[in-house]
Design a protein around this ligand. Structure first.
Ligand SMILES: Nc1ncnc2c1ncn2[C@@H]1O[C@H](COP(=O)(O)OP(=O)(O)OP(=O)(O)O)[C@@H](O)[C@H]1O
Ligand SMILES: [Mg+2]
Length: 481
């Protein structure tokens, strides 16, 4: 190894985590550009290979591998340690280990690694990859090499990334949201995965994850040899500075809804008054997730998205039944009764008939959900969502939103905060990213919801309480009579 390479403090933190057999199994080292991430990934790869492990080092494209990791590996790995096979893009270590450079340019390229076994899988610029590729390769992360097992190291997946790009949402969701940086946490394993592992007689060990932030200031070596680099980053537009200089994950260039502000748009759930109009919108999916959102319109025409149903439910009849099951509200007697829903909007493609002559729309209607066709114009729909998200000045002079989303609508919140713009059409969202909850919102807002008629003023809690007591008393008297 290049003897001049000495880990800088943040790189040490990352490498210690990689080498700790009780540490995290999936480590994201992320943030600002130039923080020393790629170097740290290569050093981790070398440590594993020297201990007899096989390593897969991935970038999205071949050109990206040739741009940095491969030439840098040639500087870092001495020929006394390993030989490089150009045709296979692989270092063969004399220890028995190896480092293979690979790329997953197209969806499905990950299948080329079927049957392979890697003690360490390394992703450089993880947000360039798709979640499906990442999940597929999880199954390749193991080792049966005696020398590697004796080393005490553990099979792991490590990744580095700047914020932004197509995979921003899933990467942020998998490592960052809701977790303290640098604190290792155990990921909840979905029940079906637990069941499948147990059925195969495999141990159900929780996977541990950690996010280690990287800042440019961490890389004093780079700043010493290239003091102008910081000044060049400071020349970038503010949005890019946020990502590349400060490594911020809440904002990214190419974000489809930059006006999205959780403090303005997200609210705590409360009981929706009975007099507010309610409606629903549904984005249908069979193998893909389907989504239903419940909307309420208040007396001031503001919209409240108060419930979300999201997931893979293959049969339209089951989807409709679940929607009916969830559409309940409390009446004045604190009893749960079916909600009065003005209308339900559904993807217009659902009116196509299947081979038995029944459309999804009909199945919905036969199962208790009356549906109307959604206006699916993508560009007008996106413009409508922007209009609703745009904050206005409230009566107190402060910014306020006219659309409010209950914090229980997790998928909608995640998608609005992370959806990227379509790289080929800046007026649309990137449909490669998960967007079913966003599409549902779009259908709902395109249905031109009307506010409730101003009849009588909203009842106060005390009034409702009084009425409830009187009603109960009347019922009681009736029973005694
Ligand atoms: N410990 C170190 N010793 C010597 N040089 C280092 C060290 N760490 C990083 N460098 C050098 O600093 C420069 C930037 O590091 P690196 O490419 O790893 O950063 P990065 O975080 O991956 O950047 P980017 O976000 O642009 O991909 C490189 O030239 C690299 O070789
Ligand atoms: Mg890098």
């Amino acid at each position: 190894m290049d003897v001049t390479w000495v880990a800088q403090p943040r790189q040490s933190r990352f490498l210690n985590e990689v080498m700790d057999p009780n540490g995290a199994d999936e480590i994201l080292y992320g943030g600002a550009a130039g923080g020393g991430k790629t170097d740290a990934l290569l050093i981790a790869a070398i440590i594993y290979a020297q201990n007899g492990g096989h390593v897969l080092f991935l970038r999205r494209t071949y050109a990206q591998l040739e741009g940095k990791p491969i030439p840098r590996s040639k500087q870092l790995i001495p020929r006394s340690m390993a030989t490089y096979k150009e045709s296979k893009r692989q270092w063969i270590f004399f220890s028995g280990g190896s480092i293979k450079f690979g790329y997953l340019e197209k969806k499905g390229d990950e299948e080329n690694y079927q049957g392979h076994e890697y003690a360490l899988i390394v992703y450089d610029e993880l947000t360039h990859f798709d979640l499906s590729q990442y999940i597929y390769l999880l199954s390749r992360n193991r080792s049966t090499e005696a020398r590697f097992i004796a080393s005490g190291l553990k099979p792991k997946i490590i990744a580095a990334s700047n914020p932004g790009s197509r995979g921003h949402a899933w990467v942020k969701g998998r490592w960052i949201d809701g977790h303290e940086p640098e604190v290792v946490w155990e990921a909840e394993m979905p029940d079906e995965v637990k069941a499948s592992l147990a059925a195969q007689g495999l141990a159900v060990e929780p996977r541990k994850r950690v996010f280690i932030p990287a800042k440019l200031q961490d890389n004093q070596k780079l700043l010493a040899v290239d003091p102008g680099y910081l000044a060049r980053l400071l020349e970038l537009p503010e949005s890019q500075q946020k990502m590349l200089l400060h490594g911020e994950w809440d904002y990214f260039e190419g974000m489809a809804f930059p006006e999205w502000k959780p403090d303005l748009h997200v609210c705590k759930p409360f009981r929706i008054p009975e007099t507010w109009r309610r409606f629903r919108a549904v984005d249908y999916g069979q193998a893909a997730p389907f989504c239903c959102l419940w909307f309420a319109v208040d007396q001031d025409s503001e919209i409240w998205v108060y419930r979300e149903l999201y997931g893979v439910v293959p049969h339209a009849s089951d989807q409709a039944s679940k929607i009916v099951e969830l559409s309940l509200m409390f009446n004045d007697l604190d009893e749960k009764v079916p909600e009065k829903i003005d209308f339900t909007i559904l993807d217009s493609a659902c009116w196509a008939k299947n081979q038995f002559g029944e459309s999804v729309a009909e199945t919905y209607m036969n199962n208790g959900v009356q549906v109307w066709q959604a206006d699916k114009n993508r560009l007008q729909g996106k413009a409508r969502v922007h209009e609703w998200l745009k904050p206005i000045i409230g009566p107190d002079g402060k910014l306020k939103s006219r659309i409010h989303i209950f914090d229980t609508c997790k998928n909608l919140i995640e998608q609005l905060s992370t959806l990227p713009t379509d790289p080929n059409n800046p007026d649309d969202v990137d449909t490669d990213a998960p967007d079913h909850a966003y599409d549902t919102l779009r259908y709902g807002l395109m249905s031109r919801p009307q506010p409730p008629k101003r009849t009588e003023p909203e009842k106060t809690v005390i009034q409702r309480h009084k009425e409830r007591i009187i009603k109960k008393a009347k019922n009681q008297t009736r029973r005694w009579a």
